[in-house]
Design a protein around this ligand. Structure first.
Ligand SMILES: Nc1ncnc2c1ncn2[C@@H]1O[C@H](COP(=O)(O)OP(=O)(O)OP(=O)(O)O)[C@@H](O)[C@H]1O
Length: 455
């Protein structure tokens, strides 16, 4: 693994990177390098084994039809062809997987045994942290299982992802191992940090950094918070772009997330974004390979049409999903809106048609305030989304390019939103404390007063 960058070393012009400014983990959850050093070392050793096991079928293009995976509650798509059906264990990959003797957890040991020997959290520790998996501590539910908020002995808050037992199968096992492997190799401000894992009997548990301010989807729906302003949406887009750029360009081997969507973007108390859920992430084993042939995974509405057609996964599939996310950020709508009139049901198609007609303003989230700065940002972001959504992957920009374009948009946005009289402009702005009344306003109508917090 290359030692990387902060996200923000992406600047090649020597300027101070933008998103470093006053970015703090709202929960003060400090990384615990000592806790994971051994895990990382062990993981590095087995990474090659994993890569072989997980990606040994790189050039085999499955012929099966896409199916909706009923195990998934949020219409995640799992296109399992007859030749790669992990659940039946009939393919080469599954056979390979069974050779990989991760602990089958039939002992009382709470650590993963076999390849990764690092002792991690004990079951008792997790049991206590979540107050016996108390329903009161439940914070979410996904295809993998239930997510609990927990407090460790040292006082730090964590999110505990507990795999569903009833549906625990080889697919989940693979997802569990995949998530552990992937998470353990990455470290970035805009990516949810892995704290540990646990295999205990039939329990599969992942412990990650707790991000306390809900998902991007909840904020867009207005079920949480006071609604996101234009500048905050731009910051979130940039944070996500940094996170994916890191995965694509600075992780070794590169990682394709495969499930970029608003439900997987967690929001901190300071309204910055962290990308979560690496269960579906894939490592590009061969940096020179142009693509990975794989079964279809992802979520309806976000899936790269070229990947759907060819089963060939590249980083550009994440770029496509990011384009969908940009449209979501600007319209507030979900990618698929079955209740809308027919021409508006596919949000990206509708938004792109309006952009082409010169009517981008009509798709702007009604919760966003309209003014020259926000309408300019809207149009530019939709233009970037259009590039990301290009049917052919070669036409799509890289994630790094997306980040650069977004920096430019944010700069223009701030200049337009900033009253010329203000001399206290800080690139740190906007700064907002969720616990206080909203102090910083931007993207507001002309004539309203602005408050900026200087560095
Ligand atoms: N690190 C975290 N901090 C706070 N809340 C979290 C965290 N991780 C997950 N959650 C909450 O739990 C919900 C489900 O989490 P997540 O999507 O990771 O589960 P999953 O089982 O992997 O889902 P999926 O079906 O997308 O695979 C999230 O929508 C979020 O509300």
């Amino acid at each position: 693994m290359k030692k990387t960058p902060s996200p923000h070393n992406l600047h090649s012009n020597g300027r101070k990177p933008i998103s470093n400014f006053q970015y703090e983990d709202a929960n003060n959850n400090k990384p615990k390098p000592q806790r994971f050093a051994a895990l990382k070392a062990a993981v590095k050793k087995v990474a090659g084994v994993f890569k072989f096991l997980l990606f040994g079928q790189r050039e085999v293009i499955p012929k099966g039809a896409d199916v909706i995976d009923a195990r998934r509650t949020n219409t995640r798509i799992s296109g399992i062809s007859s030749s790669t059906d992990i659940s039946t264990g009939s393919d080469t990959r599954s056979k390979s997987s069974s050779k990989f003797k991760l602990s089958q957890s039939n002992s009382s040991s709470s650590a993963l045994s076999g390849v990764i020997e690092t002792k991690n959290f004990s079951y008792e520790e997790i049991f206590k942290a979540t107050e016996k998996f108390s329903p009161a501590n439940k914070i979410g539910e996904g295809g993998f299982g239930t997510v609990y908020k927990g407090r460790l002995g040292d006082g730090s808050l964590v999110a505990v992802k507990r795999a569903k037992k009833a549906t625990y199968d080889k697919l989940i096992a693979l997802e569990f191992k995949n998530e552990i492997l992937t998470l353990s190799m990455i470290e970035h401000l805009n990516l949810v940090k892995l704290y540990g894992y646990l295999e205990h009997g039939d329990e599969r548990i992942i412990v990650v950094e707790y991000v306390g301010n809900g998902t991007l989807r909840e904020h867009l729906d207005g079920t949480l918070g006071n609604g996101l302003e234009a500048g905050e949406r731009l910051d979130i887009a940039i944070d996500v772009a940094h996170a994916i750029t890191y995965l694509h360009m600075y992780s070794d081997p590169p990682i394709i997330h495969r499930d970029i969507k608003s439900l997987n973007i967690l929001i901190t108390e300071k309204f910055r974004a962290k990308v979560a859920d690496f269960g579906f992430a894939r490592l590009s084993a061969d940096p020179n390979a142009t693509h990975i042939s794989t079964q279809i995974k992802g979520t309806a509405g976000y899936l790269d049409p070229e990947y759907l057609k060819t089963y060939q996964l590249t980083e550009k599939s994440d770029v496509y999903s990011f384009g969908v996310l940009l449209v979501e950020l600007m319209t507030g709508r979900r990618p698929i809106e079955p209740q809308k009139p027919a021409n508006e049901r596919l949000t990206t198609r509708w938004a792109m048609q309006m952009l082409k007609r010169g009517d981008a303003i009509l798709v702007m989230d009604p919760k966003l305030r309209r003014n020259p700065a926000s309408t300019m940002a809207l149009e530019k972001i939709l233009m970037l989304a259009k590039e990301c959504l290009a049917p052919l992957r070669q036409s799509r920009p890289s994630m790094q390019k997306c980040a650069e374009i977004l920096w430019g948009i944010r700069k223009d946005f701030r200049e337009k939103a900033l009253p010329s009289s203000s001399t206290h402009y800080s690139a740190n702005f906007p700064v907002r404390d969720a616990k206080k009344t909203r102090q910083t306003s931007f993207g507001i109508e002309d004539g309203e007063s602005y408050k900026f917090i200087s560095a």
